[in-house]
Design a protein around this ligand. Structure first.
Ligand SMILES: [Fe+2]
Ligand SMILES: [Fe+2]
Length: 471
């Protein structure tokens, strides 16, 4: 572990002068990007942040006050004990690669660049949110997520620099040049060009969109290209905090919505200055249906190639499965048939890899939703939230171009349009939610539309001074 190097790392950067120089050349460009596209304001404030300082399962994080531009973005790979075999696909049982196999070079580069691009994109999407944080605790958590997405970019850029030579360096530069939502140079995946301009959307993003990231990273952590497997494995340890932020953030809004509804004589949380459960449901519908697109086509030859070549496995491939070639067997999928009816089709397993990963994701979202419903129930309110069907509101894949209700039933386009304002956020809903986004930056205080967390960060109480503002 070297923390004294210009770039903290456990990849022995000091002994590879050429790589070190390339990364040191990229570093100022990264900082320029951070100052231009990272959090707007707050760059001189001291934030109580955790920094990765080692890769031990316990104790890898160090908490201290730090100004964001001084954050120590480092390169960490989960260490590997001994050699490892490729765990699935056509090369199953062959020794894992430590160099990029020539024939897989372009497909592997595409996988890494696509993952890498989402990291700075989310920071860009969230850059205005600090100004309207509902509490100092939440402000700190936003910045924690932001600096760690920055570190994830570093993790991917390291792979590009070390293993892809000149192409990799060019890709690393391009990652700092694309901009979320830019008409000419947008980010690669559409969800990362949508705005995240209110805090309920931030919590939905970290709940649903970041959770896609978890499953993509987990699938890549099975990779036969060992440096990618080890980089993504360590990223997952940071990612779990982002998911925690999203899941508990939504839970706190749900709790407050239920409390305010109980308080109001007409059961109207909006009349009490909060967000009502119906509006929360619309945000869930919007963000979930946008996030499920990220898993890619239901029937996909790309996904089959990724699996066959040993680059991207299934979720917990080693622990969950005993058969790792996926050459036999089928996945029974509901596909749109004649007259808009759904029929079952058996898809060869390898071609259904995206859908298999999406299943894991959907089950995880449903688990979280059950927790939220438990919170509502405890207030005595008889309302339930739901995760919509994966067919609802899709613009890519086999369900795009057809209309489905949130319960997954095929419906006519006209029916969908008459229900749109009930199922998805309207401009008025967005206007209303935005109107509640007033900053609460004072220690121990919190906005009216969200409940305080059960506990603070790093064993500290909620009213701890998580941000020391420069005057
Ligand atoms: Fe990330
Ligand atoms: Fe994340």
């Amino acid at each position: 572990m070297s923390l004294t190097d210009s770039i903290p790392n456990n990849v022995d950067l000091g002994s590879d002068k050429k790589l070190l120089r390339a990364l040191e050349k990229w570093q100022p460009d990264f900082i320029n990007w951070w100052m231009e596209m990272g959090p707007d304001g707050f760059q001189n404030d001291e934030i109580y942040l955790r920094t990765a300082v080692s890769v031990d399962a316990k104790g890898w994080a160090n908490y201290e006050y730090v100004k964001m531009p001084d954050y120590r973005w480092g390169i960490f790979l989960t260490p590997r004990e001994g050699e490892r075999d490729i765990g699935f696909g056509d090369h199953s049982g062959v020794k894992a690669w430590n160099e990029v196999p020539g024939e897989l070079r372009s497909i592997l580069r595409r996988i890494i660049v696509t993952q890498a691009d989402t990291e700075p994109a989310s920071v860009e999407q969230q850059r205005q949110l600090g100004k309207t944080a509902p509490s100092m605790y939440d402000l700190r958590n936003l910045f924690q997520v932001n600096v760690e997405e920055g570190r994830h970019l570093w993790a991917m850029v390291h792979l590009l620099h070390q293993y892809f030579g000149r192409d990799g360096r060019e890709e690393a530069e391009a990652l700092l040049q694309r901009r979320s939502g830019h008409p000419d140079t947008p980010r690669i995946l559409q969800t990362f060009n949508d705005k995240t301009d209110d805090w309920m959307s931030f919590f939905m993003f970290t709940m649903f969109t970041d959770r896609d990231g978890k499953y993509q990273l987990a699938a890549l952590s099975e990779s036969g290209f060992d440096p990618l497997a080890r980089a993504t494995q360590f990223m997952l340890t940071e990612e779990s905090f982002h998911l925690f932020t999203g899941e508990t953030g939504v839970e706190r809004i749900v709790q407050r919505a239920a409390e305010l509804a109980k308080l109001d004589p007409n059961g109207d949380a909006r009349a009490q200055g909060g967000i009502d459960l119906g509006t929360i449901q619309k945000w869930i519908n919007f963000w979930f249906s946008s996030a499920v697109e990220l898993f890619g086509g239901e029937i996909s030859s790309n996904a089959a190639d990724y699996f066959a070549t040993g680059l991207k496995g299934r979720f917990r491939e080693r622990e969950k499965y005993t058969e790792h070639t996926a050459l036999d067997g089928v996945y029974s999928m509901m596909v749109p048939g004649e007259l808009g009816r759904l029929t079952t089709r058996d898809v060869p397993l390898r071609n259904a890899m995206n859908e298999i990963l999406r299943d894991e994701y959907v089950a995880d979202c449903e688990r979280a939703c059950r927790k939220w419903n438990h919170v509502i129930k405890k207030t005595g309110l008889d309302v339930e939230l739901y995760i919509p069907s994966r067919r609802f509101n899709r613009s890519m894949g086999i369900y795009a171009g057809q209309s489905f209700a949130p319960n997954g039933e095929p419906i006519s386009k006209e029916h969908f349009e008459t229900m749109r304002a009930k199922w998805l956020p309207t401009p008025e809903d967005r206007e209303y939610v935005r109107s509640l986004m007033k900053p609460v930056h004072e220690r121990g205080k919190i906005a009216n539309w969200i409940a305080p967390p059960k506990q603070g960060v790093d064993g500290k109480p909620f009213d701890w001074e998580y941000v020391r503002f420069a005057q």
